[in-house]
Design a protein around this ligand. Structure first.
Ligand code: F6P
Length: 547
């Protein structure tokens, strides 16, 4: 057993969970009229109600003791101080510096990173203003109206999610598009809807070695040159965002048109860096800086609020409670409203690439569950698709309900319907409906005794499914910034408690290496008996149908 699972704090939580698993949320609410008030908080414009989590004061006390034992807050301080807490990559972890609007010095290896951060923000502002004011024009002298971000993973999901979320804040006439997948239809579909003379490509890759991004960028470049008939057009229509100037130059983008960032920005934490350039081009640099302000407000709370009031700490500990002590294996992200429909995919990478680890800081294999499977989809659509399993399946599935109260698109009574559905779902998941209630309802509806006996059990809801609800007044850049930062820090808290490196991603390497080994055998030459039997037989099928 590991030191963590052997520790008295962990064991106390296990004992507590054994007793507590029998408690039903509806009884906890009935016993404590103050429960909602006590287990809610307002931070950086977000109203967070975690009272429907299966917790008590004792749970929280025991979790806090565990966090103290594991040095979670010391780890937080190390992150904000620029220490190299990404130990396997020997890097600092400073996405918080990118949105450090106070400009407080933050040092890495004795050097303040803030002048560099501010210089890149100034570079982004000068470029986006030039595009919006028509001072940066396309090769044929036309204004840029369409921005295409070519990137994948952290160089795609963040800007894509934020551009969708803040579509109501778009600069008039600007459109944002995203190409990520190496599947040829992705780039082909986006290009098919564009006019080359008005299109700006942002090639976004931290490493500038990512196969998919480079292949898509080459395709876009060919398309542009074919249509505009001159290689020289590339200079007006391509910019790069990267930490790798050499590779950018090799690709053929002038490094004066490169927006840099730093190795202490993890890909999945990079939307706050120049990776956010498509956001700034879409909503304007003022909007982008408002996004940073929102995240900074949350950072300051996480950095300075006392442990008992610290919301990311509390929510991160509840995530640990659900995973390690109540046995939850997944976390459902359920934004209400289409604008945030990409949040589940964004948080999937943020959480699963960060905390999907099974070896601790000391290189020991862990004997406890780490990051949950994160999934989800927008409400109310999900209610008509997968919620059945949340309500009547056999698994414990903690879920997160997220909504802006006011809409930028008032249509009829839809927004009230949207919110009433959100509230109904959190209530139904919590309360459930027992056999007596079902029977009474069916009797009142005049259903026969035989039908009641046969059907009533299928209409029972056990309830007791935990959820957290996050509300904010409107989908503003500040609110979205704070929301994302809240999740980032929760992920940090859980990772620190589990003592895993939340900032590396070695698990993605094996597949990349194998894809490179397989590429020559797909389409180009027949398999040579060098792979396993299943792969060989699949290669045969591909060869049979190729072309
Ligand atoms: O393969 C995973 C990964 O490295 C992610 O961590 C990263 O966000 C993504 O690929 C894209 O990487 P890059 O920005 O270097 O192209």
């Amino acid at each position: 057993m590991s030191a963590l699972t052997q520790s008295s704090c962990w064991q106390a939580l296990e004992r507590h969970a054994t007793d507590f698993r029998r408690q039903h949320l509806r009884d906890l609410f009935a016993a404590d009229p103050e429960r909602a008030a006590r287990y809610s908080a307002q931070v950086a414009g977000l109203w967070v109600d975690y009272s429907k989590q299966r917790i008590s004061d004792e749970t929280l006390e025991l979790l806090m003791a565990l966090a103290a034992q594991q040095g979670v807050l010391a780890r937080r301080d190390a992150m904000f101080a620029g220490e190299k807490i990404n130990t396997t990559e020997r890097r600092a972890v400073l996405h918080v510096a990118l949105r450090n609007r106070s400009n407080r010095p933050i040092e890495v290896d004795g050097l303040d990173v803030m002048p560099g951060v501010n210089a890149v923000l100034a570079q982004m502002r000068s470029f986006t203003d030039a595009v919006h004011q028509g001072r940066w024009l396309g090769f044929t002298g036309e204004r840029i109206t369409d921005v295409v971000n070519i990137g994948i993973g952290g160089s795609d999901l963040g800007p894509r999610m934020i551009c969708d979320a803040l579509a109501s804040h778009a600069v008039a006439g600007m459109r944002a598009h995203f190409v990520s997948n190496v599947a040829p239809s992705d780039v082909a579909t986006v290009l098919a809807g564009l006019e080359p003379q008005r299109t700006l490509f942002v090639v976004a890759s931290k490493t500038f070695t990512t196969q998919e991004t480079l292949a898509n960028a080459q395709a876009a470049r060919r398309w542009l040159v074919d249509h505009l008939g001159d290689e020289a057009a590339v200079a007006q229509h391509f910019v790069a965002v990267s930490t790798n100037a050499e590779a950018v130059a090799k690709f053929g983008i002038d490094t004066r048109q490169m927006f840099p960032f730093w190795d202490w920005v993890g890909g999945r934490y990079s939307l706050w860096s120049s990776i956010g350039l498509p956001i700034a081009l879409y909503i304007g640099m003022d909007g982008f800086e408002r996004l940073l302000e929102g995240a900074h407000a949350l950072d300051e709370h996480f950095r300075t609020a006392p442990a008992e009031e610290n919301l990311p700490l509390r929510l991160g500990l509840i995530d640990v409670w659900n995973s390690n002590f109540l046995g939850a294996e997944t976390l459902a992200i359920l934004p209400y409203g289409t604008r945030l429909h990409r949040l589940p995919a964004y948080l999937q990478q943020a959480s699963m690439e960060s905390n999907g680890k099974s070896v601790d800081w000391h290189g020991q294999r862990v004997d406890y569950a780490t990051g949950p499977v994160v999934w989800g989809g927008a409400g109310t659509n999900g209610q008509h698709a997968f919620y059945q399993l949340l309500h009547q399946g056999t698994r414990l599935i903690p879920s997160e309900f997220i909504a802006a109260v006011r809409t930028h698109s008032p249509v009829g009574t839809q927004q009230a319907m949207l919110l009433s559905n959100l509230l109904a779902q959190t209530r139904a998941l919590m309360l459930g409906r027992d056999l007596n209630a079902v029977t009474r309802e069916m009797q009142a509806a005049g259903v026969s005794a035989q039908d009641i006996a046969e059907i009533a059990p299928h209409r029972v809801f056990l309830g007791n499914q935990p959820s957290t609800t996050i509300l904010f007044p409107q989908m503003t850049p500040e609110a979205v910034g704070a929301l994302v930062a809240l999740y980032e820090h929760r992920i940090f808290v859980a990772g620190a408690l589990w003592q895993i490196d939340s900032f590396d991603q070695w698990g993605v390497e094996l597949g990349k290496q194998m894809a490179n080994e397989l590429l020559p055998s797909v389409g180009y030459r027949p398999p040579a008996g060098q792979f396993d039997a299943s792969t060989e037989s699949l290669l045969q099928v591909i060869h049979q149908h190729w072309m």
